[in-house]
Ligand binder design. Structure first.
Ligand code: AMP
Length: 181
């Protein structure tokens, strides 16, 4: 059973590569590519995420660029849902909706096609990792701007010491691998 501090699949942590000082000094980067290349751990991870949302009538999985594009489609397939991309600025070809959010220095923006979500559709937002939660909050606002219902936000890795989850109060937030420091 999961406890409040342990992740649901702690055994999978051994497959995540931790890279110090990437992409810049002082950042410990959690590299999921070392997990993805292992068939059984990858399957366990997708199955665990899908299990949590199986009975929740998810119409669409929205993956956040870029690593949400890896887990999102696998999860959508398992759930019998569609997949839509949430992208960085100026990547999507048709009419978009956008939400800007603050970074430590400056701002960033996420975009989605205006016709990606129909009003009332239940949308599960997916990314590889939640840190401060800024990207996830903006993505939830984006889905809601189109009239979608955010059914949940799912992450493979959660950096609990950055308290991103607190910014998502009121949403169903799940993560599989939690790091407390
Ligand atoms: P945040 O908006 O602060 O929650 O940042 C989350 C986004 O940045 C996700 O798309 C992650 O892929 C990426 N990210 C932030 N910190 C890390 C980290 N330490 N290791 C890997 N990816 C990270």
């Amino acid at each position: 059973m999961a406890t409040s501090s342990a992740g649901l699949c702690d055994g999978l942590k051994q497959y995540i590569r931790e890279v110090p000082d990437f992409p810049k000094q002082g950042i410990l980067f959690y590299d999921i590519t070392t997990l993805l290349k292992q068939p059984q751990p990858f399957a366990q991870l997708v199955d665990s995420l899908a299990g949590h949302y199986a009975a929740q009538n998810i119409a669409l999985v929205a993956g956040i660029e870029a690593r949400g594009f890896i887990f999102g489609p696998a999860l959508a397939y398992k759930l019998g849902a569609g997949f839509v991309p949430i992208r960085k600025p100026r990547k999507l070809p048709a009419a978009t909706a956008a939400v800007e959010y603050s970074l430590e220095y400056g701002t960033d923006r996420v975009e989605i096609h205006r016709d990606a979500v129909q009003p009332g559709q239940r949308v599960l937002i997916v990314d590889d990792l939640i840190a401060t939660g800024g990207t996830a909050v903006a993505s939830a606002q984006l889905v809601e701007q189109l009239g979608g219902v955010v059914a949940g936000l799912a992450f493979v890795v959660e950096l609990t010491f950055l308290h991103g989850r607190e910014r998502l109060a009121g949403y169903d937030v799940m993560s599989l691998l939690r790091y407390d420091q």
